[in-house]
Design a protein. Structure first.
Length: 294
Protein backbone atom coordinates (compact mmCIF):
# COMPACT_ATOMS: atom_id res chain seq x y z
CA UNK A 1 0.00 0.00 0.00
CA UNK A 2 1.21 3.49 -0.78
CA UNK A 3 1.40 6.20 1.83
CA UNK A 4 0.83 9.89 1.39
CA UNK A 5 3.92 12.04 1.98
CA UNK A 6 2.51 13.40 5.21
CA UNK A 7 2.21 9.87 6.57
CA UNK A 8 5.91 9.14 6.25
CA UNK A 9 8.13 8.53 9.24
CA UNK A 10 8.73 11.49 11.50
CA UNK A 11 11.99 12.49 13.21
CA UNK A 12 13.25 9.87 15.63
CA UNK A 13 12.66 11.58 18.95
CA UNK A 14 12.88 8.54 21.23
CA UNK A 15 14.66 5.41 20.12
CA UNK A 16 12.81 3.15 22.55
CA UNK A 17 9.43 4.18 21.13
CA UNK A 18 10.49 4.36 17.48
CA UNK A 19 11.89 0.90 16.85
CA UNK A 20 9.26 -1.61 17.87
CA UNK A 21 8.48 -2.65 14.32
CA UNK A 22 11.55 -4.78 14.63
CA UNK A 23 9.88 -6.78 17.38
CA UNK A 24 6.80 -7.29 15.19
CA UNK A 25 9.01 -9.02 12.68
CA UNK A 26 10.69 -10.96 15.44
CA UNK A 27 7.33 -12.46 16.43
CA UNK A 28 6.55 -13.38 12.82
CA UNK A 29 10.02 -14.79 12.27
CA UNK A 30 9.93 -16.76 15.52
CA UNK A 31 6.57 -18.30 14.64
CA UNK A 32 8.12 -19.81 11.54
CA UNK A 33 11.71 -20.40 12.49
CA UNK A 34 11.19 -22.22 15.79
CA UNK A 35 9.81 -25.16 13.85
CA UNK A 36 12.08 -25.64 10.86
CA UNK A 37 15.59 -25.44 12.25
CA UNK A 38 15.43 -29.21 12.65
CA UNK A 39 14.13 -29.84 9.11
CA UNK A 40 17.27 -31.65 7.95
CA UNK A 41 17.63 -34.96 9.72
CA UNK A 42 14.01 -34.95 10.89
CA UNK A 43 13.02 -37.49 8.29
CA UNK A 44 10.06 -35.46 7.09
CA UNK A 45 9.93 -33.40 3.93
CA UNK A 46 12.52 -32.36 1.40
CA UNK A 47 15.33 -30.03 2.37
CA UNK A 48 14.61 -26.51 1.15
CA UNK A 49 17.30 -24.61 -0.73
CA UNK A 50 19.29 -21.80 0.79
CA UNK A 51 17.54 -18.78 -0.66
CA UNK A 52 17.33 -15.13 0.20
CA UNK A 53 15.81 -13.54 -2.89
CA UNK A 54 12.39 -14.09 -4.46
CA UNK A 55 13.95 -15.21 -7.74
CA UNK A 56 15.69 -18.06 -5.90
CA UNK A 57 12.68 -19.06 -3.80
CA UNK A 58 10.26 -21.37 -5.66
CA UNK A 59 6.81 -20.82 -4.16
CA UNK A 60 4.93 -23.99 -3.17
CA UNK A 61 2.35 -24.87 -5.80
CA UNK A 62 -0.40 -24.99 -3.20
CA UNK A 63 0.06 -21.34 -2.23
CA UNK A 64 -0.76 -18.45 -4.59
CA UNK A 65 2.23 -16.26 -5.35
CA UNK A 66 0.48 -13.27 -3.79
CA UNK A 67 -2.45 -14.32 -1.58
CA UNK A 68 -4.82 -11.50 -0.81
CA UNK A 69 -3.97 -9.89 2.51
CA UNK A 70 -5.29 -6.66 4.01
CA UNK A 71 -3.16 -3.57 4.39
CA UNK A 72 -1.98 -2.66 7.85
CA UNK A 73 -3.41 0.84 8.31
CA UNK A 74 -0.88 3.61 8.39
CA UNK A 75 -1.10 6.15 11.15
CA UNK A 76 -0.63 9.78 10.32
CA UNK A 77 1.65 11.78 12.62
CA UNK A 78 -0.18 13.59 15.43
CA UNK A 79 -1.60 16.96 14.45
CA UNK A 80 0.20 19.96 15.95
CA UNK A 81 -1.44 21.82 18.79
CA UNK A 82 -2.97 24.97 17.20
CA UNK A 83 -2.24 26.92 20.38
CA UNK A 84 1.48 26.24 20.24
CA UNK A 85 2.19 25.58 16.57
CA UNK A 86 4.49 28.03 14.88
CA UNK A 87 4.17 29.06 11.28
CA UNK A 88 7.07 27.71 9.20
CA UNK A 89 8.31 30.05 6.48
CA UNK A 90 7.77 28.63 3.00
CA UNK A 91 11.49 29.03 2.30
CA UNK A 92 12.35 26.45 4.95
CA UNK A 93 11.99 22.81 3.95
CA UNK A 94 11.69 20.32 6.81
CA UNK A 95 14.62 17.95 6.95
CA UNK A 96 13.67 14.27 7.16
CA UNK A 97 16.42 12.34 8.94
CA UNK A 98 17.95 9.42 7.07
CA UNK A 99 17.26 5.89 8.22
CA UNK A 100 19.98 4.37 10.38
CA UNK A 101 22.66 2.21 8.79
CA UNK A 102 22.66 -1.58 9.01
CA UNK A 103 24.80 -1.77 12.15
CA UNK A 104 22.60 0.64 14.08
CA UNK A 105 19.42 -1.02 12.80
CA UNK A 106 20.52 -4.45 13.93
CA UNK A 107 21.54 -3.15 17.35
CA UNK A 108 18.15 -1.48 17.75
CA UNK A 109 16.44 -4.72 16.79
CA UNK A 110 17.97 -6.57 19.73
CA UNK A 111 17.33 -3.65 22.06
CA UNK A 112 13.66 -3.70 21.18
CA UNK A 113 13.41 -7.48 21.40
CA UNK A 114 14.49 -7.16 25.01
CA UNK A 115 11.90 -4.46 25.68
CA UNK A 116 9.18 -6.67 24.19
CA UNK A 117 10.25 -9.55 26.48
CA UNK A 118 11.84 -11.64 23.74
CA UNK A 119 14.21 -13.83 25.74
CA UNK A 120 17.76 -14.90 24.91
CA UNK A 121 16.60 -18.25 23.54
CA UNK A 122 14.66 -16.50 20.78
CA UNK A 123 17.12 -13.67 20.25
CA UNK A 124 19.84 -16.23 19.56
CA UNK A 125 18.03 -17.29 16.38
CA UNK A 126 19.19 -14.24 14.43
CA UNK A 127 22.68 -13.26 13.35
CA UNK A 128 23.27 -9.89 15.08
CA UNK A 129 25.18 -8.60 12.03
CA UNK A 130 22.32 -9.07 9.55
CA UNK A 131 19.20 -9.53 11.62
CA UNK A 132 17.03 -6.97 9.81
CA UNK A 133 17.81 -8.21 6.30
CA UNK A 134 17.42 -11.83 7.41
CA UNK A 135 14.04 -11.11 8.97
CA UNK A 136 12.79 -9.45 5.78
CA UNK A 137 13.85 -12.49 3.73
CA UNK A 138 12.18 -14.87 6.19
CA UNK A 139 8.95 -12.87 6.10
CA UNK A 140 8.92 -12.98 2.31
CA UNK A 141 9.33 -16.74 2.30
CA UNK A 142 6.95 -17.51 5.15
CA UNK A 143 4.23 -15.29 3.68
CA UNK A 144 4.06 -17.88 0.90
CA UNK A 145 4.43 -20.86 3.22
CA UNK A 146 8.06 -21.37 2.24
CA UNK A 147 10.81 -22.00 4.79
CA UNK A 148 14.15 -20.40 3.99
CA UNK A 149 16.94 -22.54 5.44
CA UNK A 150 20.19 -21.52 7.11
CA UNK A 151 19.11 -17.96 7.83
CA UNK A 152 18.77 -18.47 11.57
CA UNK A 153 20.66 -20.44 14.17
CA UNK A 154 19.41 -22.45 17.12
CA UNK A 155 20.69 -25.64 18.72
CA UNK A 156 18.62 -28.69 17.74
CA UNK A 157 15.99 -29.84 20.21
CA UNK A 158 16.33 -33.52 19.44
CA UNK A 159 15.54 -36.03 16.73
CA UNK A 160 12.18 -36.36 15.00
CA UNK A 161 10.30 -39.22 16.65
CA UNK A 162 7.95 -41.75 15.07
CA UNK A 163 5.80 -44.44 16.72
CA UNK A 164 5.30 -47.72 14.89
CA UNK A 165 2.14 -49.67 15.64
CA UNK A 166 0.92 -52.72 13.73
CA UNK A 167 3.26 -51.94 10.86
CA UNK A 168 2.02 -48.33 10.52
CA UNK A 169 3.85 -45.13 11.39
CA UNK A 170 2.52 -42.25 13.50
CA UNK A 171 3.99 -38.97 14.62
CA UNK A 172 5.17 -39.44 18.20
CA UNK A 173 3.47 -37.31 20.81
CA UNK A 174 6.66 -37.46 22.85
CA UNK A 175 8.31 -35.43 20.12
CA UNK A 176 5.93 -32.52 20.72
CA UNK A 177 7.60 -31.81 24.05
CA UNK A 178 10.81 -30.80 22.27
CA UNK A 179 9.16 -27.51 21.43
CA UNK A 180 7.53 -26.66 24.78
CA UNK A 181 10.31 -24.37 26.03
CA UNK A 182 10.46 -22.39 22.81
CA UNK A 183 6.67 -21.96 22.71
CA UNK A 184 6.72 -20.78 26.32
CA UNK A 185 9.30 -18.17 25.33
CA UNK A 186 7.14 -17.07 22.42
CA UNK A 187 4.12 -16.68 24.68
CA UNK A 188 6.07 -14.23 26.84
CA UNK A 189 6.49 -11.77 23.96
CA UNK A 190 4.37 -8.70 24.68
CA UNK A 191 2.33 -8.24 21.51
CA UNK A 192 0.82 -4.97 22.75
CA UNK A 193 4.29 -3.49 23.05
CA UNK A 194 5.15 -4.85 19.63
CA UNK A 195 2.08 -3.38 17.96
CA UNK A 196 2.40 0.03 19.60
CA UNK A 197 5.56 0.89 17.72
CA UNK A 198 4.85 -0.71 14.35
CA UNK A 199 3.97 2.42 12.40
CA UNK A 200 7.02 4.37 13.51
CA UNK A 201 9.47 1.88 12.05
CA UNK A 202 7.84 0.69 8.86
CA UNK A 203 10.35 2.42 6.57
CA UNK A 204 13.26 0.43 7.99
CA UNK A 205 11.86 -2.95 7.04
CA UNK A 206 10.39 -1.61 3.82
CA UNK A 207 13.92 -0.64 2.86
CA UNK A 208 15.17 -4.17 3.58
CA UNK A 209 12.21 -5.63 1.71
CA UNK A 210 12.97 -3.47 -1.31
CA UNK A 211 16.59 -4.64 -1.24
CA UNK A 212 15.25 -8.15 -1.96
CA UNK A 213 13.75 -6.85 -5.20
CA UNK A 214 10.25 -6.63 -3.73
CA UNK A 215 7.73 -3.82 -3.62
CA UNK A 216 8.36 -2.13 -0.26
CA UNK A 217 4.70 -1.21 0.01
CA UNK A 218 3.82 -4.91 0.03
CA UNK A 219 5.78 -5.58 3.19
CA UNK A 220 2.79 -5.08 5.49
CA UNK A 221 0.79 -7.54 3.41
CA UNK A 222 3.59 -10.10 3.72
CA UNK A 223 3.48 -9.76 7.51
CA UNK A 224 -0.26 -10.46 7.54
CA UNK A 225 0.10 -13.36 5.08
CA UNK A 226 2.70 -14.90 7.38
CA UNK A 227 0.32 -14.70 10.32
CA UNK A 228 -2.51 -16.05 8.16
CA UNK A 229 -0.38 -19.07 7.27
CA UNK A 230 -0.05 -19.81 10.97
CA UNK A 231 -3.72 -19.23 11.73
CA UNK A 232 -4.83 -21.54 8.91
CA UNK A 233 -2.86 -24.48 10.31
CA UNK A 234 -5.22 -27.26 11.44
CA UNK A 235 -5.24 -28.45 15.05
CA UNK A 236 -5.25 -32.25 15.16
CA UNK A 237 -5.71 -33.94 18.52
CA UNK A 238 -5.64 -37.50 17.25
CA UNK A 239 -2.68 -39.53 15.99
CA UNK A 240 -1.20 -38.32 12.70
CA UNK A 241 -0.31 -41.20 10.40
CA UNK A 242 2.84 -41.05 8.32
CA UNK A 243 4.25 -43.13 5.52
CA UNK A 244 7.90 -43.84 4.91
CA UNK A 245 9.52 -43.15 1.58
CA UNK A 246 13.12 -44.28 1.91
CA UNK A 247 14.62 -41.98 4.58
CA UNK A 248 11.69 -39.53 4.50
CA UNK A 249 8.29 -39.43 6.13
CA UNK A 250 5.23 -37.82 4.59
CA UNK A 251 1.65 -37.42 5.78
CA UNK A 252 -0.74 -40.17 4.73
CA UNK A 253 -3.66 -37.73 4.66
CA UNK A 254 -3.35 -35.87 1.32
CA UNK A 255 -4.93 -32.77 2.88
CA UNK A 256 -2.11 -32.59 5.41
CA UNK A 257 0.56 -33.35 2.84
CA UNK A 258 -0.77 -30.50 0.67
CA UNK A 259 -0.28 -27.96 3.45
CA UNK A 260 2.55 -25.46 3.13
CA UNK A 261 5.97 -26.23 4.56
CA UNK A 262 5.36 -23.78 7.38
CA UNK A 263 2.05 -25.38 8.33
CA UNK A 264 3.40 -28.93 8.19
CA UNK A 265 6.19 -27.92 10.51
CA UNK A 266 3.73 -26.37 12.93
CA UNK A 267 1.88 -29.69 13.02
CA UNK A 268 5.10 -31.30 14.24
CA UNK A 269 4.91 -29.15 17.36
CA UNK A 270 1.69 -30.85 18.46
CA UNK A 271 -1.87 -29.55 18.83
CA UNK A 272 -1.37 -27.79 22.17
CA UNK A 273 1.73 -25.90 21.05
CA UNK A 274 0.08 -25.07 17.72
CA UNK A 275 -2.94 -23.59 19.52
CA UNK A 276 -0.70 -21.50 21.76
CA UNK A 277 1.24 -20.12 18.82
CA UNK A 278 -1.96 -19.42 16.90
CA UNK A 279 -3.37 -17.50 19.84
CA UNK A 280 -0.29 -15.28 19.94
CA UNK A 281 -0.43 -14.81 16.17
CA UNK A 282 -4.11 -13.83 16.37
CA UNK A 283 -3.41 -11.20 19.03
CA UNK A 284 -0.67 -9.74 16.88
CA UNK A 285 -2.81 -9.73 13.74
CA UNK A 286 -5.74 -8.07 15.50
CA UNK A 287 -3.49 -5.39 16.92
CA UNK A 288 -1.80 -4.63 13.61
CA UNK A 289 -5.06 -4.35 11.68
CA UNK A 290 -6.86 -2.23 14.30
CA UNK A 291 -7.86 1.13 12.87
CA UNK A 292 -6.20 4.06 14.61
CA UNK A 293 -8.50 5.99 16.87
CA UNK A 294 -9.23 9.54 15.70
Amino acid sequence: MRADPEDQIQPYQRRSSRWKLLAVLVVCVIVGTVVYRWWSGSGQGQEAPVAVTPAEQPAPVQVPAEPVAPDIPRQAPPAPDPNTAMEVPASLTPVVPALPDAEASNAMLFEEMTEARVDNRLQSMLDPDKAVDTSAALIDGMSRGYLVRKLVTLPPLGAFQVDKRAGRFYMSENGYRRYDAVVESLEQVNTSTVVSGFHSLRPLYERAYEALGLDPEGFDNAVIRTLDQVLATPELDGPIELESDSALYTYVDPKLESLTDLQKQLLRMGPDNTRRIKAQAQRLRDGLLARPTP
